[in-house]
Design a protein around this ligand. Structure first.
Ligand SMILES: [Zn+2]
Ligand SMILES: [Zn+2]
Length: 443
């Protein structure tokens, strides 16, 4: 029996880390675990298994999947972290969140601030694209065979299928087939009987377990519905002469929404934080992760006559005064930063303006409190999700594509995955699990 322990990600949406064990050997899928040494179970568990950890896979750079990488280094992990070049390039920016997190704990007096030099500099990253093209099976360890594909979530984001000790496991990472900019490779089932002894290229044989991004639970909307709603809100605002503030993360949906907005509202000034434009250039440098027209669209946006870069307080102030009817992008999806909150102060002063959130808002975040608290509204506040994960129709299709394997639904709160598991069971899917951190699953 193989054992899966949830270090983060099942029954919650803010972390992702799955530890597999076969006898005394381990395999780790993503590093988004609870990193607090005093309170978290994960550091304790990991400290003792480093010499028996055969491999680590990192699906993409977002901090909810990568925040525990420095723990591996601290505990002396000398094995390989398998990922992609684009992911490693994005890690420094994504791991900034780690410093903030640790210092916040330090303020509470439980942990001393990390030494300046605590980094991921000694981690041995290996690039999957160097050893096998996407969709092709390859050996990464004497007893471990792997196949990977693009996950459509970020440049460099992947799903991995791993064959290990006779078990076949698929981990989707954060997956979306509905990105308008990024390409995704659908993981597809292929019977072993039809193929030769080894799995055929691009195909996944019978799975023993699929760990599947189900962040949107039973939400049935397609990307097109979400974008029509967003378009409606933005049109209304612009008609009234107002400005729209879109808080987005540095890497991810922000770049997609910038492209979309510049194409939908070609005459409207678009005011963008400098880091978001720099990240867009990084996207352009990774054309193999993009859809066929991706590079051309990005180049067009970078040449757009009405794109304005905000790089400091005076430029933010000045551009907002000059263009009261505009679309603003700030690089902080939950508006935790002072910079994002200053944007809000300017926007909130005009009733014709709107803030539109497009991602999940964590409990306790500034964004969530704005959305929930009617009193604070000077302007209108909305939430229209831009899909970068999977909802009901996406998960259903994925399970059909994989011939309904045993499935663990992840990356959403427990009520959300419970609801989706129930719905899928009602539709006839068997062995659909919803768990939570520290739970174990044997298969
Ligand atoms: Zn992500
Ligand atoms: Zn994630």
């Amino acid at each position: 029996m193989m054992e899966l322990t949830i270090l983060g990600g099942a029954g919650e949406q803010s972390r992702s880390s799955y530890l597999l064990r076969q006898e005394d050997q381990y395999l780790l899928l993503d590093c988004g675990m609870d990193i607090a040494e005093e309170t978290g179970n994960s550091p304790d568990r990991l400290r003792h298994i480093m010499s028996r950890l055969q491999a680590v896979f990192l699906s993409h750079a977002h901090e909810d999947h990568s925040i525990g990488l420095p723990l591996l280094e601290r505990y002396g992990y000398t094995g390989e972290v398998w990922t992609t070049r684009a992911t490693v390039r994005q890690l420094p920016v994504c791991l900034k969140a780690l410093e903030e997190h640790q210092y916040a704990i330090a303020d509470g007096g439980t942990v001393s601030p990390p030494a300046e030099q605590e980094t991921i500099g000694n981690i041995r990253f290996r690039y999957l694209e160097d050893i096998a093209p996407r969709g092709e099976w390859t050996w990464v360890h004497p007893n471990m065979e792997v196949c990977w594909g693009r996950a459509g979530h970020l440049p460099g984001s992947i799903w991995v299928a791993v064959s290990w000790y006779g078990k076949m496991i698929l981990y989707t990472g954060d997956y979306s087939a509905e990105s308008r900019l990024l390409e995704a490779d659908r993981p597809l089932h292929h019977s072993r009987i039809l193929s030769r002894a080894y799995p055929a290229p691009g195909k996944i044989p019978d799975l023993d377990l699929a760990i599947v991004d189900a962040a949107y639970g039973v939400d049935t909307d397609r990307q097109g519905n979400k974008l029509s709603q967003l378009n409606r809100y933005m049109k209304e605002t612009l008609k009234q002469g107002g400005a729209i503030l879109l808080p987005v993360p540095v890497y991810g949906r922000g770049q997609e929404l910038m492209l979309w907005a510049s194409e939908q509202f070609a005459d409207i000034p678009i005011l963008v934080e400098s880091d978001l434009l720099d990240a867009l250039k990084l996207f352009a440098a990774e054309p193999h992760w993009l859809r066929a027209d991706g590079t051309a669209r990005i180049e067009q946006l970078l040449r757009h006559p009405r794109i304005y870069r905000m790089h400091d307080d005076p430029s933010r102030e000045e551009l907002f005064l000059r263009y009261p009817r505009s679309i603003l992008f700030t690089d902080d999806g939950m508006m935790q930063s002072v910079k994002a909150q200053q944007h809000y102060t300017r926007i909130a002063a005009g009733r014709e303006n709107r803030v539109i959130f497009t991602g999940d808002l964590a409990y306790g975040s500034f964004g969530r409190s704005l959305l929930m608290d009617m009193e604070r509204r000077g302007c209108q506040i909305h939430h229209v999700r831009y899909k970068v994960h999977q909802g009901l129709p996406d998960v259903r299709q994925m399970l059909l594509d994989l011939k309904s394997p045993r499935t663990l639904l992840v990356h959403a709160t427990r009520p959300r995955t419970d609801g989706l598991a129930l719905r899928l069971q009602q539709e006839g899917f068997q062995q659909v699990h919803a768990l939570q951190p520290e739970d174990q699953l044997y298969f």
